[in-house]
Design a protein around this ligand. Structure first.
Ligand SMILES: [Zn+2]
Length: 326
């Protein structure tokens, strides 16, 4: 039996058809995700712990040396993990997961299902369909097709631990790592020019995060939570084939806006930079861990209730597919 708290949470979510049903757009029979008026939100709060080397860089391209993004917060230099990067990786993981689910459920190739119901396939980032559940959540802009605003908001985050402990860098005990810029092109000639040095965030470093989904359906919230697990294994950041793996712990999922920020969560860690202090805030639901809504009384899920909700993925996606079929 589902707990009252979880069923109350679900009652505050939007109906699938009110948010995720594609609408006709223009005269060509093209469909596009619904524009959304923000009345409700779901806030997802957690902490990501690096399970491997992580190279958060927001700039593209190769150079002789790679330095990670850093910033000073509360007088301490920290590694910076920008929201845009997190969003890009999680969007891809979300699509990968749902394509597999779609093929299992429909017995058809995902491309055929997309063409039938959305008028096009959907390729991230350059050829989006603008009509599917992924485009509705993450948004998109395509010439000649229109625009869909993202319903999910990310925030930049920073390591709880100071860079001096958390980052392998020039002068640190580990030093910078050595990489090979042509390692993936076996025909390229390797020489001393092809080697470079890079900084990296060490395993065991903690990044608190907050994501807010506007006009959420239960499918959006569960889909996000499950996609993060896949993204954690695929890797975030540069050279993500073997770097940037995370373990994510979800601390709270609420139907309200948080009355705290990522910076508050960093402050809660205290002067000993202890993740335990942050977890304790959520375990005991201490003053400070509070949520606001415009209309309803906010419902927050913690711990096992979040996992219980995440088990409803197939059920919700089946309802979505039934809605598409009409
Ligand atoms: Zn799409």
């Amino acid at each position: 039996m589902m707990s009252d708290n979880l069923s109350n949470f679900i009652k505050q979510m939007n109906e699938l058809k009110d948010v995720l049903e594609p609408q006709p757009f223009g005269n060509g029979g093209k469909k596009i995700a619904k524009p959304s008026m923000v009345k409700k939100v779901a806030t997802i709060i957690g902490v990501k712990t690096t399970a491997s080397r992580f190279i958060p860089v927001s700039h593209e391209g190769y150079s002789t040396d790679t330095y990670i993004d850093r910033v000073d917060i509360f007088g301490v230099n920290r590694a910076e993990f920008i929201g845009r990067k997190q969003k890009g990786i999680e969007r891809r993981a979300h699509m990968t997961m749902f394509r597999e689910l779609l093929e299992n459920m429909s017995g058809q190739k995902w491309e055929d299902v997309f063409k039938k119901y959305f008028g096009d396939t959907c390729i991230i980032p350059d050829d989006l369909c603008l009509a599917c559940w992924n485009c509705s959540l993450f948004g998109g802009l395509e010439a000649g097709k229109g625009a869909v605003f993202s319903r999910i908001r990310y925030f930049d985050t920073y390591s709880i631990e100071p860079a001096e402990f958390a980052v392998a860098m020039e002068g640190s005990e580990e030093g910078m790592a050595i990489g090979n810029t042509v390692s993936e092109n076996l025909s390229a000639k390797r020489g001393s020019d092809s080697y470079h040095q890079y900084e990296y965030v060490k395993a065991g470093t903690h990044f608190p995060f907050i994501a807010i989904i506007e006009n959420p359906t239960l499918l959006d919230v569960i889909g996000y939570i499950r996609a993060v697990r896949i993204a954690d294994n695929q890797g975030y950041g540069k050279y993500s084939a073997n770097h940037g793996k995370f373990d994510t712990q979800f601390l709270a999922v609420s139907t309200g806006y948080p009355r705290f920020s990522v910076l508050d969560m960093i402050e809660w860690a205290g002067e000993d930079y202890s993740i335990k202090n942050v977890l304790d805030m959520f375990n005991g639901k201490k003053p400070g861990v509070e949520f606001d809504t415009v209309t309803d009384v906010p419902i927050a899920l913690y711990g096992d209730e979040i996992d219980e909700m995440a088990q409803l993925l197939s059920r919700e996606f089946k309802m979505y597919f039934e809605m598409l079929k009409g």
